[in-house]
Design a protein. Structure first.
Length: 169
């Protein structure tokens, strides 16, 4: 009986001292703010990648890492580095969407990435399907902060018609 109790106690100690709890998970608002600043600020882009890297099992965070990695292409000079960042980020974003293809925010990220990429990169195959998904899903969002985050970008998008923009409230 003492051995069982001792094993139980050791097990509890191991659990409490073992793998760290998922501390320091960044808030989605922090992620969104860093993402917005990443296009103009290389340090914010790197910081976003660094803080999300330990949480890349989350498809949404993986999608943001992918987009930030693609954005790193704007901050380097070498064409080879630019292409490397683009390809690596694209794979991450696509993997995130494969893991959670009904995630509005991931589809929004890909839509904005594809509509803002130079056409010679050939990354534009999902614009229409993502646009349709976004337009059909927007009214069903229950996250006010997400609505406020995406709405200005969608209202400015050259890829949405005036009629489509009006439907977005």
């Amino acid at each position: 009986m003492k051995n069982v109790m001792l094993l139980g106690l050791l097990f509890l100690i191991k659990i409490s001292n073992g793998a760290p709890a998922n501390k320091n998970v960044p808030s989605i608002n922090e992620v969104r703010n860093l993402y917005e600043n990443s296009l103009k600020n290389e340090d914010d882009c790197k910081k976003l990648i660094d803080i999300l890297e330990p949480h890349k099992e989350d498809p949404l965070f993986l999608g943001y890492i992918g987009c930030a990695t693609m954005m790193m292409a704007k901050h380097v000079f070498s064409p080879f580095s630019k292409m490397s960042y683009f390809k690596k980020g694209k794979v991450m974003l696509e993997n995130a969407i494969k893991a959670d293809d009904k995630n509005f925010e991931l589809r929004f990220l890909r839509f904005t990435a594809q509509t803002n990429m130079p056409s010679f990169l050939g990354y534009h195959d999902n614009i229409e399907t993502d646009k349709k998904f976004i337009l059909n899903s927007f009214s069903q969002l229950n996250d006010v902060s997400l609505e406020q985050y995406v709405l200005p970008t969608l209202k400015k998008s050259k890829d949405l018609t005036t009629t489509e923009k009006v439907k977005l409230r």
